[in-house]
Ligand binder design. Structure first.
Ligand SMILES: Cc1cc2nc3c(=O)[nH]c(=O)nc-3n(C[C@H](O)[C@H](O)[C@H](O)COP(=O)(O)O)c2cc1C
Length: 326
């Protein structure tokens, strides 16, 4: 049987499958079910700043300055823990399961990130994922200052805790390689590609804007695959891929591209936790068929780290594909 063990931010995982931050990881009972089903780790449902400050929260100005985030938060907030309950849950979960427990926080105001990070570390989380959710909508902020926010948040958290810190970032970034390497220089331990946003839509009958945060239905990993293969082996921190991963094939492709772990949510909502075992079994069969003794032998085989000029390679692939379709 090939060895599936995976190192993610210094955490020793029995395989690369993590249950992503979602309602699937919001209670001790559900996390026990994740472990039983074979998940190697869980990322807890995010602790949102608004859940703590809810009583005094100025929803009106939040709507104005974070209109995209607002709908998502409004739907989620009422179901959330405050920081006290969140830390209590971490303590309880750590007593109950043996897989690593990665906490997750999502803040708006810069000062809250370190405050929560410290509480979470003290509660016993094995690592922390920062769910950074910037959607620049004003006309003044330039790309550089927007990206500096990520660095600022990371530094403020790294200063106060010593558990590993991952960051789940947006796919809408002008120069992702530069930001990723700056984050690594600032002490990032794991890069999660990518955060999901609510999707805007318009109801043409009511003439209203509506937003959705859909459960994904199929594999759609191309964007994550591109950035995983472009970054893996070229930045020093491990990559965790997430978003529309629904099959063992997608997990294998992301591993070949260099991902250390994958984070699943929608496929587990639609097919249940048993899907974890199915994916693991298929990975084992694939490794055997290709005579790999361990997953780490296959990891990163098809990334770009040995390609001298990824730009030139991508350009030639582009031209080749255009030529073929003519
Ligand atoms: C219902 C639901 C709730 C989610 N809540 C959070 C959250 O609180 N924090 C977070 O970082 N990601 C959250 N996510 C995103 C997932 O952690 C994960 O990155 C993403 O959903 C993976 O894509 P998939 O759903 O296609 O598997 C949520 C996803 C879903 C489906």
């Amino acid at each position: 049987m090939p060895n599936l063990e995976t190192d993610y931010m210094g955490l020793k995982l029995r395989n690369p499958i993590i249950v992503g931050s979602s309602g699937l990881t919001k209670s001790v009972g559900k996390i026990v079910a994740c472990e039983k089903a074979g998940a190697a780790a869980v990322v807890l449902k995010s602790l949102f700043e608004e859940a703590i400050t809810m009583e005094n929260y100025d929803w009106e100005s939040a709507t104005l300055s974070h209109s995209e985030a607002y709908e998502y938060l409004k739907a989620e907030i009422n179901l959330q823990y405050g920081s006290h309950e969140y830390c209590e849950m971490i303590r309880e979960v750590k007593k109950t399961v043996s897989i690593p427990v990665i906490a997750s926080i999502n803040c708006i105001s810069a000062n809250w990130w370190p405050e929560y990070a410290r509480k979470i570390e003290m509660a016993g989380a094995d690592a922390l994922e920062l769910n950074v959710f910037p959607m620049v909508s004003d006309l003044k902020t330039d790309s550089s200052s927007s990206e500096q926010q990520y660095i600022k948040i990371l530094k403020s958290v790294k200063e106060v805790i010593s558990i590993p810190v991952a960051m789940k970032i947006s796919m809408y970034i002008t120069s992702l390689p530069n930001l990723a390497s700056e984050l690594c220089r600032s002490g990032l331990n794991g890069l999660v590609l990518f955060n999901r946003f609510i999707e805007p839509d318009i109801d043409i009958d009511t003439l209203k804007i509506r937003t959705t945060f859909p459960i994904t239905k199929d594999d759609n990993i191309n964007h994550t695959l591109r950035w995983t293969s472009l970054l893996s082996g070229r930045i020093p921190c491990p990559i965790s891929a997430t978003g529309s991963i629904h099959s063992a094939d997608s997990v294998i492709k992301l591993m070949l591209a260099g991902a250390s772990t994958v984070q699943l949510a929608s496929v587990l909502y639609t097919q249940g936790f048993k899907k974890i075992g199915e994916i693991i079994n298929k990975i084992v069969v694939w490794l055997d068929e290709h005579q790999f003794k361990s997953l780490s032998q296959a990891r990163g085989l098809l990334n770009f780290s040995l390609t001298e000029s990824p730009d030139l390679y991508l350009r030639s692939q582009y031209l080749e594909n255009i030529r073929r379709t003519e």
